[in-house]
Ligand binder design. Sequence first.
Ligand SMILES: [Ca+2]
Ligand SMILES: [Ca+2]
Ligand SMILES: [Ca+2]
Length: 374
Amino acid sequence: MLRQPEPLPLNLTPGLEYIYYDAANGSMKLHPTPATWSEARLKCFDEGAELASPENAALLATMSRVLLTSRQPLLHVFTGINDLYSKGFFTSLKGIPLKKMAATWAPREPDNVNHFGNCLIMQRSGPLLDSKCDDMYPYICYKRQPPSQVEFCGTTDTAQRAAPGQQVRRHVPLHLLQETATQPAESLRDYGYRYVSPARVYFGNCLITQRSGPLLDSKCDDIYPYISYKRQPPSQLSLCGTTDTEYVYDKLTKTCHKIHSQFVSWQVAYATCATEGGHLAIVNSEYEAKTLARLIKSEWIWAHIGFSYWRKDLWVTVHGETLAEAGYEAWAPGEPNDWNEERCGSLAADVNTLVDIDCLDHARPFICEISNSM
Ligand SMILES: [Ca+2]
Ligand SMILES: [Ca+2]
Ligand SMILES: [Ca+2]
């Protein structure tokens, strides 16, 4: 009697479930069933992921690996890279421009330059081709590893989240540091100083430094020479990452905003901000909404900012976050009122709230945002 071949275990079809890749700092899943680009974008979104783009060499290599190791003989997949917002200006869903990516064009590409709205597909080995967004291709969804404690706080010290009863480390003011058997002056060593003087139990010591650097503690009433230090105020370039002085730094949001007073369509506004090295402003808090609204003259009524329509009740920033994820989703009364025609976003001057507007027909001033971390 002929034996039925045993079904292949799932783990022999790499990529069809989310698989974690160290190099990609996240998980990828291959969808072999072709879909249009917007279907692919939404399918990934619904899985808590994003349509993958080869934003850097590691992601390019990982996407390529998913395709080359797949048992599906797929030649191309859709990437998240598109120029739907501004013809010829391709970005990933996170808003990263194509020119900053490691990716290259396939020979004789791009050749679809006369279409309005292109979405890029990737060959198994990495080269890109432009294609109509309504064509159908397989695609890869990418789930980024959530940012770690280090990225949020710049420290691996998790003590601030310690359970009740556990000891929580606290900062000790320098002047109270005492070198004892049980409490070495670690903080000073962290700064590279050698603490050479045994502490005396004075209240309030002021440290003196020797010519070559070692520190000694001393009574603050002792008398020593000293050096004055005038800090250089931070430059426009270091604050905003641009020499354009019309960008105004905001201390709380740690970003820079610039209002453009000429009336243009949302798509032109998007392209203008990109040319300046920024993006249409993303509202991350009520505070930022109010800050931006103050830049808009009331006779302008509203100004374009960086979000648009993905599907009914789903509005997403130009960096691929939902409005809720970005941190602000307060709509003006009665808005959004026409998602059928009005698929781009603006901010109302008088009430600091969001409105939907036509991407091409509504000409308004607009606000760009830029930060030195971009
Ligand atoms: Ca093409
Ligand atoms: Ca912002
Ligand atoms: Ca509207």
